[in-house]
Design a protein around this ligand. Structure first.
Ligand code: PLP
Length: 442
């Protein structure tokens, strides 16, 4: 009998015993193609020798040094490498152990920044519906994922949620993509004015919405308008690239594709590529200097921040991505994956949309392609697709609630950047099989 507290108490999970390139192997020898990198984590596959060596060497040299007393070489080197490539004026890196810690730190830093600038009334955070920023209470409050928030609602701080930028579902008939983007971006201005501009501290969004909506990028011009509105009202722009960052969309930082520079940026998942738990919050020189010239102390911290082994893994991962040109590869293979998915499912009666950037792709399943009507949620289609894919030896990330937390189903794909042409074929075949099996179950 197991004493592990699992995610689902009724699931009887196979035991993973090995990782081999893009595959995971269980104790019965069954191989699973990791088509979602777990949850967009394993960007280098499961047996990258350079990262494994970097981790082994670091743990043999220095396993841990508390950042209240000492800094370390890998933390310094990784911060330097990230800042050299980071957009705009991002200049400082606050290392944490995962995505929720990064977004939680971002919310607190935004608040402290305004306090130290002498604007203590700035306390409101605005985010978007159909988003996810993590599971700790602050991060959960920021997210607009109705299903994840529901039972904890009485514990959550008040955060306003404006519309997401979800062209497939929400662009009006006859409206151009650009006009649609401006319309939904302007909801930010309306909400800032409603709350009182002097009370708003930050706006938080995922450049490409991940698990909640299924790889949804914003339309052209949307984030530029968001940036303008934030600037007009002195509101900080926090971009959450925990899932879509670190090369996943074909850019080291996802916001490069949108041509915007945030004040605070959160990364995790692909930064450690699964070899170590690590995340980071990057902030602008202006924010850092305000704290440095004020209290000199960010009122935050966790025991494991800036962990030497975790930062050594992150350093090796980013060095691999840049040195082996894996981000261009991600962009190219992402284009191929999109083309293969479109080829296979472009006329499928129950595939409404195939979208995303790089190797971050979403397939939205619909009951009716013409009306875009979703399936009855009681059917639990996404869960059935997940099960059927797993049985076929494919790990992918289907979710329900694509539209509003309840309606809609999608499949998220985020395979390792080392995926080959033949493996793209394997993924598409297995997704096809899983959709057919799941649809036949009702
Ligand atoms: N932000 C986004 C966009 C995410 O996708 C996630 C996790 O899926 C998080 C934050 C939280 O990250 P973690 O699960 O590492 O705490």
């Amino acid at each position: 009998m197991s004493h592990v507290f699992p995610r689902h108490t009724k699931a009887d999970l196979p035991r993973a015993i090995a990782g081999d390139g893009c595959y995971l192997v269980d104790s019965n020898g069954k191989r699973y193609f990791d088509g979602s990198g777990g949850a967009a984590v394993s960007c280098l596959g499961h047996s990258d020798t350079a990262v494994i060596r970097a981790v082994q060497e670091q743990v043999g040299k220095l396993a841990f040094a508390h950042t209240g007393f000492l800094t370390s070489e890998p933390a310094e080197a990784l911060a330097e490498l990230l800042v050299v490539h980071a957009p705009g004026s991002l200049d400082r890196v606050y290392f944490v152990s995962g995505g929720s810690e990064a977004t939680e730190a971002a919310i607190k830093l935004a608040r402290q920044y305004h306090l130290e600038r002498g604007e203590p009334e700035r306390r409101h955070l605005i985010a978007r519906r159909q988003s996810y920023h993590g599971n700790t209470l602050g991060a959960l409050a920021a997210g607009g994922n109705a299903w994840r928030r529901q039972q904890f609602d009485p514990l959550l701080i008040g955060v306003s949620h404006i519309a997401p930028c979800y062209e497939y579902g929400d662009r009006a008939e006859g409206e151009s993509a650009f006009d649609y983007g401006q319309r939904v971006a302007n909801e930010l201005k309306t909400e800032i004015l409603r709350l009182g501009p002097e009370t708003v501290m930050a706006f938080m969004a995922e450049p490409v919405v991940g698990a909640t909506a299924g790889a949804v990028p914003a339309v052209e011009g949307y984030f530029k308008r968001i940036r303008e509105i934030c600037d007009d009202f002195g509101v900080l722009l926090i971009l959450d690239e925990v899932m879509c960052g670190m090369g996943r969309t074909g850019h080291l930082f996802a916001c490069e594709a949108d041509g915007v520079e945030p004040d605070i940026l959160c990364i995790a998942k692909g930064l450690g590529a699964g070899y170590q738990p690590i995340g980071a919050m990057l902030c602008s020189a202006e924010i850092y200097d305000t704290i440095a010239g004020g209290s000199g102390f960010f009122q935050h911290g966790h025991t494991y921040i800036g962990h030497p082994v975790a930062t050594a893994a992150g350093l090796s991962v980013v060095t691999q991505m840049l040195g082996r040109d894996l981000i261009s590869r991600c962009r190219d293979m992402g284009g191929q994956l999109q083309a293969s998915l479109t080829d296979r499912f472009g006329d499928h009666p129950h595939v409404g949309d195939i979208r995303g950037r790089g190797l971050f792709r979403g397939i939205e399943l619909v009951a009716d392609r013409t009306t875009k009507a979703p399936f009855d949620p009681t059917r639990g289609l996404a869960a059935k697709v997940k099960r059927a894919a797993f049985d076929a030896g494919l790990i992918c990330y289907p979710m329900s609630g694509t539209r509003d937390g309840q309606l809609g189903d999608h499949i998220l794909l985020a395979p390792p950047f080392i995926i080959t042409d033949a493996q793209i074929g394997e993924v598409v075949d297995k997704v096809d099989q899983a959709i057919s099996v799941a649809l036949a179950l009702d």
